[in-house]
Design a protein around this ligand. Structure first.
Ligand code: CUA
Length: 316
C-alpha cells in the first residue's frame, strides 16, 4: 500500500482524490497568480518612489493609472473568477452513479457512519472510521444530530458543512489505497479539536471482504477475561448507550461498538486502539475529552476495567 508520510495524511497539498486534485490545482493557480501580481505591484511602487525620473513620469500618466488600477485588476480577477467557478461546477457534477452510499452524522464529538446499499437498505453502522474502495466513487450524505459540524478529508475532497435538518452530499474517490485523516472543520463546542476520523481506502476486493465482515454480528468472546468483560459491560449498563450487534446491547446514543476492536483509533481519532487506551478511555473519558456524553467509569474495579477493555479489543 503506497502510504503517505505521517505528516501528509491530512494535507490538501498532497491530493489523492479527484476533488482534492482540482482544489489543489485551483489553490496553486490562485497562489501563483496572486504572488505574481503582488510582486509586480511592489516593483512598480519601488520604481515610483526610487526609480529614475523618466520611469516615475511614465508611472504618473493617466493611462497607466487607469490601465494598472482598473483594467488589469478587472481582467485578471475575471479570469480567476471564471476558472474558480468552473472548478466548483466540476466539483458539484455527479459523474458516474456511486457504487455505495455512506451516511455520516456529526455528533458532539464523534462521527456516526452508516453504510447503505444501492437499494437504500442499511448495511451496517460503525463510527469514526470510514473505509472505501480505491477507485470507486462513494456518495457521502452528511448531516448532524446537534450543532453544525464540517466534514473534511483534505487529501480527498473539500470541506462540506453538516447542517441540522439538512443533508449535504459529497462525492469521495480515492485514486489508490491509503490511510487519510479527516477532521471536523467547523467549531462545534469544547471538544471540536478532538473530533477526527480516518478514511481507509482499500483494494476493492479487500473492501468487499471488510464490509461483509463488518455487517456480521459481533464475535462471542472466547477467553475468560473477555467473557468477564462482557459481563461487566452489561452490569454497568453500557448497552443503554452502545449497540453491540448480536447481543442485547442496542443503545444508540453513543458509537456502535460491534467491531470496535478492528478500528484504527478510539474516541474519534484521538487515542490509539489498544487495551490500555480502552481502559484509560472508559475510566477517564471526562478527563481525556471533558464534556463528552460518556461519564468516566472510575468506580470500576481494576479487574473489571481490564476485562472490559479486553472485551472491547476482542470485538474484531
Ligand atoms: Cu464537530 Cu467541530
Amino acid at each position: 500500500m503506497p502510504l503517505l508520510a505521517r505528516g501528509n495524511i491530512q494535507s490538501a497539498l498532497h491530493p489523492r482524490g479527484s476533488d482534492a486534485d482540482r482544489i489543489a490545482d485551483l489553490g496553486i493557480v490562485m497562489f501563483i497568480g496572486g504572488g505574481a501580481i503582488f510582486l509586480t505591484v511592489i516593483a512598480f511602487a519601488l520604481l515610483a518612489l526610487f526609480g529614475p525620473e523618466r520611469v516615475r513620469r511614465m508611472l504618473r500618466q493617466h493611462a497607466f493609472i487607469v490601465g494598472g488600477g482598473i483594467v488589469f485588476p478587472v481582467a485578471a480577477l475575471s479570469v480567476l473568477l471564471v476558472y474558480a467557478l468552473l472548478t466548483s461546477a466540476a466539483l458539484m457534477r455527479a459523474g458516474n452513479p456511486p457504487a455505495l452510499r455512506i451516511d455520516v452524522t456529526g455528533e458532539m464529538w464523534w462521527w456516526r457512519v452508516v453504510y447503505v446499499d444501492d437499494a437504500g437498505r442499511r448495511i451496517m453502522e460503525t463510527a469514526n472510521e470510514i473505509r472505501i474502495a480505491a477507485g470507486r466513487p462513494v456518495e457521502m450524505r452528511l448531516t448532524t444530530a446537534d450543532v453544525i459540524h464540517s466534514f473534511w478529508v483534505p487529501n480527498l475532497a473539500g470541506k462540506t458543512d453538516m447542517i441540522p435538518g439538512h443533508v449535504n452530499r459529497q462525492r469521495l474517490v480515492a485514486h489508490a489505497p491509503g490511510v487519510f485523516r479527516g477532521e471536523c472543520a467547523e467549531y462545534c463546542g469544547a471538544q471540536h479539536a478532538k473530533m477526527a476520523f480516518e478514511v481507509v481506502a482499500l483494494e476493492p476486493a479487500a473492501f468487499d471482504a471488510w464490509l461483509a465482515s463488518q455487517a456480521r454480528p459481533a464475535p462471542s468472546p472466547v477467553d475468560a477475561l473477555a467473557l468477564r468483560g462482557r459481563q461487566a459491560f452489561f452490569t454497568h449498563d453500557c448497552g443503554k448507550c452502545h449497540t453491540i450487534r448480536g447481543t442485547e446491547a442496542t443503545g444508540t446514543a453513543g458509537p456502535d461498538l460491534t467491531h470496535v476492536g478492528s478500528r484504527l483509533s478510539l474516541a474519534a481519532g484521538i487515542l490509539p486502539n489498544s487495551i490500555g487506551a480502552f481502559g484509560g478511555w472508559i475510566a477517564a473519558s471526562q478527563h481525556i475529552k471533558p464534556g463528552n456524553e460518556m461519564p468516566s467509569f472510575d468506580r470500576l474495579s481494576a479487574e473489571d476495567l481490564r476485562a472490559l477493555a479486553a472485551y472491547m479489543e476482542s470485538l474484531q
